[in-house]
Design a protein around this ligand. Structure first.
Ligand SMILES: O=C(O)CCC(=O)C(=O)O
Length: 377
């Protein structure tokens, strides 16, 4: 069984990890990835294949705005979905973003992600190569060479954080009434804030995303945290979708009694492991912040898979006061939260322009924090 450990990268697969068997399907779902053996050229080729080039990105500026109307409308999740989320910690929401709208947004998400690609490689260097100064990495080939030589774990994914700060389209999507309302309903919260968005990119051959729960990496003292995970293309059964340990978000005794080593044996706890199968463009899976989840390696002979993962929390949460905490949050996502975290003290209300209130729509205080030219959608 794979481990939830306190090493450099909770989400990345460990070189010595055992393989995980999906007991429902009776098949092996984990594997050791060999991306470091791939040449930079191959990765670059793949990136060009899936990331829209600049010219195509430019075309996306001409979005006619219909997508925005679609996400400006609130939708409700059903009682059945609420019950499933409550019991299992995860739920599928079909057409969270209507397909046509998502098609338009995906173009712009790719364009924004392309601009953050080097930063994403630097982030992997910072997480996986302790002692290496990530800011000294000046191009992707160099990053791959550094990773090949120094990485303590496999390269399972790239993370492009907070694309809403670079793209108005992404900002309008992640702060939209449609997504914010679903987050509020799932959390049973009257007011909801955006925590972060993060594009998780897995090139063909990239390894697994290790079992983890999101709140383990969040410096907030809260239980009310949800992530909406929206792939940028339709996903078939072979693509690396999320697999969930159902009910793990309610397993209070796991984190209460067990230290990190004791949390390794998930199989003994007999969680039901569930995924949501093939997804159409615009479908999303939503998971609770304490729900353990995993993603298998992306097959070599596939297209890359990318998913925008958007996290929200119920307003009123405070920055974790670590004086009496059993442990500190993992800092794998520190690049995402350092802006607001440095401005707030432990115990403060998590109230900052970089954590905008997005629900209810009437109180939406999302500011235009985009760093791009305003003309860009
Ligand atoms: O997409 C992945 O591989 C991981 C995503 C994830 O862990 C999340 O969205 O919380």
């Amino acid at each position: 069984m794979q481990a939830i450990t306190e090493d450099a990268s909770p989400r990345s697969e460990h070189k010595d990890s055992k393989r995980l068997v999906n007991r429902d399907k009776g098949e092996q779902i984990g594997t050791v990835n060999n991306v470091e053996k791939q040449s930079p050229g191959k990765l670059q080729k793949n990136i060009k294949h899936v990331v829209k080039n600049e010219a195509e990105g430019e075309a996306s500026k001409q979005l006619d705005g219909r997508w925005k109307e679609a996400v400006d409308t609130e939708v409700k999740v059903s009682l059945k979905q609420l019950l499933q989320f409550e019991r299992t910690g995860h739920v599928l929401v079909r057409q969270l973003v209507p397909e046509e709208a998502m098609e338009e947004c995906a173009e712009e998400i790719w364009a924004a992600a392309r601009e953050q690609e080097l930063e994403a490689y630097r982030h992997r260097v910072a997480v996986l190569c302790p002692g290496v100064d990530a800011s000294s990495v000046s191009n992707i080939e160099q990053a791959l060479a550094v990773l090949a030589e120094h990485a303590t774990d496999e390269l399972g994914f790239l993370q492009m954080f907070n694309l809403h700060r670079y793209s108005r389209t992404v900002r309008e999507l992640v702060t939209s009434p449609r997504l914010a309302r679903v987050a509020a309903d799932l959390l049973g919260a009257s007011k909801v804030r955006l925590y972060q968005d993060c594009l998780f990119l897995k090139q063909p051959g990239f390894g697994a995303t290790n079992w983890h729960s999101d709140l383990n990496m969040v410096p907030l003292d809260t239980n009310a945290f949800v992530t909406l995970w929206i792939p940028l293309r339709a996903m078939d059964e072979d693509d690396s979708g999320l697999l969930f340990a159902s009910g793990s978000h309610r397993d209070f005794s796991l984190a209460y009694w067990q230290d990190l080593e004791g949390m390794e044996d998930l199989e003994r706890r007999e969680y039901l492991l569930e995924d949501h199968g093939a997804l159409d463009l615009g479908d999303a899976t939503c998971h609770h912040g304490w729900c353990l989840h995993y993603a298998s390696p992306q097959p070599e002979d596939s297209d890359a898979r990318a998913a925008l993962s958007i996290s929200y929390f119920a307003d009123g949460a405070r920055v974790l006061d670590t004086r009496h905490a059993r442990r500190k949050p993992h800092d794998e996502d520190a690049w995402s939260f350092r802006g607001w975290r440095q401005a707030l003290r432990e115990g403060d209300l998590a109230n900052h322009p970089l954590l905008p209130l997005v629900y209810p729509a009437a109180l939406n205080d999302r500011k235009d924090v985009t760093k791009r030219k305003k003309t860009r959608r």
